[in-house]
Ligand binder design. Structure first.
Ligand SMILES: C[S@@+](CC[C@H](N)C(=O)[O-])C[C@H]1O[C@@H](n2cnc3c(N)ncnc32)[C@H](O)[C@@H]1O
Length: 306
């Protein structure tokens, strides 16, 4: 799920039985088109055959990280990294969402994504100086410019991996590209096995934004269903645009993300044996407080490479 950590930080997850007010506010503030998520189109998995991932520039405009999230990342780096931060890597970087601010602050950056259109967008936004971009799988990274001081993957992107073995391979691959003592900020959804409900939770609702190509856009992320034993969460993303003729007016998509019981996270980390778990931050908490893994929901793990 895109940038969930950043999103939930500004707008904490909350359950709601009413789908109306949020979308109303999007429509009013941005004069955006009407959608009926509960109606006939809401049953479809994907309206118009499109996904927000198919529109990297739109994704980048709607999901740029909030300044207060970047401030928190800086604090965690200051707290846990020995030495200065000079290089940053994102193994599922999308359009370079989190790499752009680090590149601006003078870091060498590297990003990887499985979608060529995401990498093309990241290249446009980052340029070529002190940047390495690769197109490939986050389970098998192939950067030449490492090792890096910091890797970050904050948006539950590892929820796209299907099996625990995939996460193991991913962790090992990230570790190969970090210097000893380097940090990995890893975002994932923690769900106890007992959890099973289908209340609608709004995970994030961004303010309507001006788009670089003109027009307005807004996005809302919802969690439709959580099933801890089956290890999955059903996500719905509603993206609206107006005055941007080259973009769909409405993109409504659903997908399933993998969730992780706390004991599975601990077991995986033990098995991979390359990281120490230094802290866990709950991104749904207003101050992104440090919590025990067992108390986290939208968790960012602070891992240090041994
Ligand atoms: C939620 S976006 C995150 C983008 C960026 N890191 C951010 O925080 O905004 C998830 C990204 O993961 C990519 N992705 C999904 N599966 C992947 C895989 N197996 N390997 C690499 N990238 C993958 C998608 O193409 C998408 O760009």
């Amino acid at each position: 799920m895109p940038a969930r950590a950043g999103m939930t930080s500004s707008t904490p997850s909350y359950p709601t039985g009413d789908q109306g007010p949020g979308l109303d506010s999007l429509r009013k503030a941005g004069r955006l088109p009407d959608v009926h998520p509960g109606g006939a189109s809401g049953r479809k998995r994907n309206v118009g055959g499109s996904s927000l991932y198919d529109h990297p520039e739109l994704y980048a405009a709607l999901l740029a990280p909030e300044p207060d999230l970047l401030d928190d990342l800086d604090l965690w780096v200051a707290e846990h990294l020995r030495g200065r931060i000079r290089s940053v890597m994102d193994p599922a970087c999308g359009p370079g969402t989190f790499l752009v601010p680090y590149a601006r602050s003078g870091c060498r950056v590297a990003g990887n994504d499985i979608r060529p259109e995401m990498i093309a967008s990241a290249r446009r936004r980052l340029g070529r100086t002190r940047v390495e971009l690769t197109c490939g799988d986050m389970r098998e990274l192939h950067f030449e410019s490492g090792p890096f001081d910091l890797a970050l993957n904050l948006s539950s992107s590892v929820g796209h991996l299907r099996r625990d073995a995939d996460l193991e391979r991913h962790l090992a691959s990230v570790a190969e590209h970090l210097r000893p003592g380097g940090l990995y900020f890893l975002g994932l959804t923690i769900l106890d096995r007992e959890v099973e409900d289908d209340d609608l939770w709004v995970l994030f609702e961004g303010d309507p934004m001006r788009l670089p190509e003109g027009g307005m856009g807004a996005v809302r992320y919802e969690s439709l269903q959580r099933h801890g034993r089956l290890r999955r969460e059903r996500i719905r993303v509603i993206t609206l645009t107006n005055g941007a003729p080259e973009l769909p007016r409405v993109i409504m998509e659903e997908y399933t993300l993998r969730t992780f019981p706390p004991e599975v996270v601990r077991r995986l980390l033990e098995r991979v044996a390359v990281f120490d778990l230094l802290a866990v931050h709950d991104m749904t908490h207003p101050r992104r407080a440090a919590v025990r893994l067992e108390e986290a929901l939208d968790a960012t793990l602070i891992l240090r490479r041994r």
